[in-house]
Design a binder for this molecule. Structure first.
Ligand SMILES: Cc1cc2nc3c(=O)[nH]c(=O)nc-3n(C[C@H](O)[C@H](O)[C@H](O)COP(=O)(O)O)c2cc1C
Length: 341
């Protein structure tokens, strides 16, 4: 047996869709169900006017049901009422989730607030438990690829907990599944976890940052973004327990640009795989600018070109939602300037 979805009757589909989207669900499909045979299956007198909107969060599917021919007022069902009681949602930032609830027509039951958990109601009175993600009693199953991609962000502050070799191997294997020109797979990964090697890479990065990066970024980044990057690069990659240096092999004299075009997709796979396993990571390209110094620290042969240094570890804080330009702004149809949609 497999679970298809959990159905939730709502009084205003548009309001409820916006509410659940604000809490991280994604709309995947909407169906206008014909009155026949809906009337028979659901035992509702025609006309039924059923519209069903499906939202997903990981493998969980929530079916919001609107019956336009059968309006129903919101009901504050209690936890002790018979039947399905509540949804429990794991959230990284409970304060932010509470404000999203308020902004989108829900209510926060402030009397229930335990700091790490609080009960809220959706616009129709449905009880929802917001629980700090780290406290959830059941480990969530794998997130979908789109969820991992949609939440991946640069992490610049890490806990000291190490990354087991089995996880590092899984990340590197995922990186190696990237496309490459002529399937040449020209990537080489150097995992840095030795204290002396690490100190040398940190020092090289710090001096490059102070001499070149900092004066430039001070002018281009917002003050808070600059402070975050400054702290990150000045303190040895935000205390990340290990670094992965991603290199390209020029053994067949591949031009640098073409080599980069093969190595960066592998680097992106590494970032995404780290995210999928619950690690923070970030792409950095500063230390590779001093190719010879980095090569000498790592003992790289002449054919190897370092392209990225990726710190990996557990993030010390929630990363929050990424900010990205909307599809309307970046996509065109057939000719530049013609909106894609
Ligand atoms: C080519 C490249 C170089 C980058 N170099 C650095 C870096 O030196 N230091 C840093 O903190 N982040 C670096 N980043 C990460 C970007 O700042 C980050 O991806 C971008 O700001 C998007 O932010 P987000 O991941 O938080 O959404 C680099 C990203 C790319 C693609």
């Amino acid at each position: 047996m497999t679970v298809n979805h959990v159905g939730l009757r709502v009084s205003d589909l548009a309001v409820s869709v916006r509410f659940y989207e604000a809490l991280g669900f994604r709309e995947t499909m909407a169906l206008d169900v014909p009155d026949v045979p809906a009337d028979r299956l659901l035992q509702i007198e025609a006309p039924v006017g059923l519209r069903a909107v499906y939202l997903t969060s990981g493998p969980f599917v929530l079916e919001l049901l609107g019956f336009s021919a059968h309006p129903a007022p919101p009901v504050d069902r209690a936890m002790t009422d018979t039947g399905l009681t509540h949804l429990s949602l794991g959230v990284d930032d409970i304060e932010r989730a509470k404000s999203l609830v308020r902004e989108h027509g829900g209510r926060v039951l402030t009397d229930t607030d335990l700091g790490v958990a609080v009960m809220v109601r959706d616009p129709d009175g449905q009880l929802i438990e917001l629980l700090e993600a780290a406290r959830r009693p059941v480990t969530p199953p794998d997130r979908t690829a789109l969820e991992v991609i949609g939440t991946q962000r640069a992490c610049r502050s890490f806990l000291p907990d190490g990354v087991p070799d089995a996880d590092l191997a899984a990340l590197i294997e995922a990186a190696s599944h990237a496309p490459s020109a002529e399937n040449s797979q020209p990537w080489v990964f150097v995992v840095v976890d030795d204290a002396d090697v690490r100190a040398a890479v940190d020092e090289l990065t710090r001096s490059l940052w102070r001499r070149q990066g900092r004066p430039h970024s001070e002018k281009t980044l917002s003050p808070s973004f600059f402070d975050e990057v400054d702290q990150f690069l000045d303190t040895g990659y935000g205390g990340a327990p290990c670094l992965v240096v991603v290199c390209g092999d020029r053994r067949d004299a591949t031009p640098r640009e073409l080599l980069a075009a093969s190595v960066f997709p592998a680097t992106q796979n590494l970032l995404l795989a780290a995210s999928a396993l619950g690690y923070g990571s970030s792409m950095t390209t500063l230390a590779p600018l001093a190719r010879d110094d980095l090569a000498s620290i790592l003992g790289l042969p002449d054919t190897l070109v370092p392209f990225a240094v990726v710190p990996i570890g557990r993030s010390s804080r929630p990363l929050g939602p990424p900010r990205r330009r909307p599809v309307e702004e970046i996509a065109h149809r057939n000719r530049f300037g013609v909106p894609f949609r």
